[in-house]
Design a protein around this ligand. Structure first.
Ligand code: FAD
Length: 300
């Protein structure tokens, strides 16, 4: 299919892009890598009257170290983040997650900001942003504001972005000492969207008890979902195999109410959420305790 007719603008500067967004408001959509927007336009699920192509806008791309952690410009290609030594060093959960997104060809073109802004409930990056307590920089002609990832996702394919606003950057805070992380998902074929995915972040105190823990799931609801009951059950406890098993059971029994669709039944998603939660929690706790895996040892 072909898209409905639209006007096309290709600004060179951020000021120009923000000016066009202010002029056209809700009629306009920014075009980043086009890997989600163009297919939805071709199917006429999206019919923006105006496309504002961000691909020539200077200053929206790049990965850099900041005081609190890592900052990634919205137009940074997913492949660049996947290959970045700085990402591996400062945000290893993100590094572990990147290869799970789609296929290399799509990551070559798709952007970090495009995935965060698109807010697909089966996408990996929104879940990682929530898991890491990231914040997002939104810019418009009116000024700029930082929004915590947790508040950015407001529903199915819905975000806190207002008409005229652009996602400019994401900031991923550094994890404290004695922290561990892990991401895993199950999909039908390599590169497919996940049937369910899970990210865990754990910080232990000096005695090996859980000071902070989070499990964030994708593809079980309208957006990234934090498993509050399960992770609350671990706080103050030593994360033994039994405690992790019980927390993972709580994820499935109490924290989620997944949908059934053509890809998987609710019951199957529940089972996957439990199994994946146990795996990522176990790995995150091992890493927090400093137990390296064979692959990690090989890299050192
Ligand atoms: P675009 O498609 O250009 O834009 C997506 C949306 O975000 C549009 O509404 C656009 O207006 C808006 N937008 C883009 N940038 C900004 C910005 N800076 N500020 C405000 N709004 C903005 N993704 C996954 O996460 N996991 C997968 O497993 C996966 N599998 C895929 C498989 C296939 C076959 C395909 C085609 C895509 C898949 N994707 C998957 C999607 C892919 O990751 C996209 O790259 C991503 O979702 C969108 O990024 P983009 O840069 O292409 O954005």
């Amino acid at each position: 299919m072909k898209p409905a007719p639209f006007r096309y603008h290709r600004p060179d500067t951020l000021d120009e892009a923000l000016g066009l967004l202010a002029e056209y408001g809700a009629q306009a959509k920014p075009l980043a890598g086009g890997q989600s927007l163009i297919p939805t336009m071709n199917f006429r699920l999206a019919q923006p009257a105006v496309l504002i192509d961000l691909n020539r806008v200077k200053g929206l791309e790049g990965i850099r170290e900041a005081r609190k952690g890592l900052r990634i410009g919205a137009m940074t290609r997913q492949r660049a983040a996947e290959r970045s030594a700085l990402v591996r060093q400062l945000s290893p959960l993100l590094a572990e997650t990147m290869p799970w997104i789609a296929h290399p060809q799509i990551r070559n073109r798709g952007t970090v900001g495009g995935s965060l802004a698109h807010a697909d409930p089966a996408a990996e990056l929104p879940a990682v942003a929530v898991a890491l307590d990231a914040r997002l920089l939104l810019q418009s002609q009116r000024g700029e504001r930082w929004v915590p990832a947790r508040e950015f996702y407001t529903g199915l394919f819905a975000t806190a972005l207002a008409p005229g606003e652009l996602l400019a950057e994401v900031e991923l805070p550094r994890l404290p000492r004695r922290s561990g992380w892990a991401f895993e998902e199950i999909s039908r074929r390599v590169g497919d969207y996940a049937l369910v995915g899970a990210a865990a972040v754990v910080t232990l105190d000096r005695k090996g008890r859980c000071e902070r823990s989070s499990i964030t799931l994708l593809s079980v609801g309208d957006g990234p979902l934090g498993a509050a009951e399960a992770t609350g059950s671990l706080i103050g406890q030593e994360p033994t195999a039994q405690a992790i098993r019980e927390a993972s059971h709580l994820v499935a029994a109490r924290d989620i109410d997944p949908p059934s669709d053509i890809h998987a039944s609710a019951a199957y998603r529940r089972k996957l959420a439990e199994v994946l939660s146990e795996r990522v929690l176990r790995r995150a706790c091992d890493r927090a305790r400093g137990v390296a895996e064979v692959g990690e040892l090989a890299q050192t």
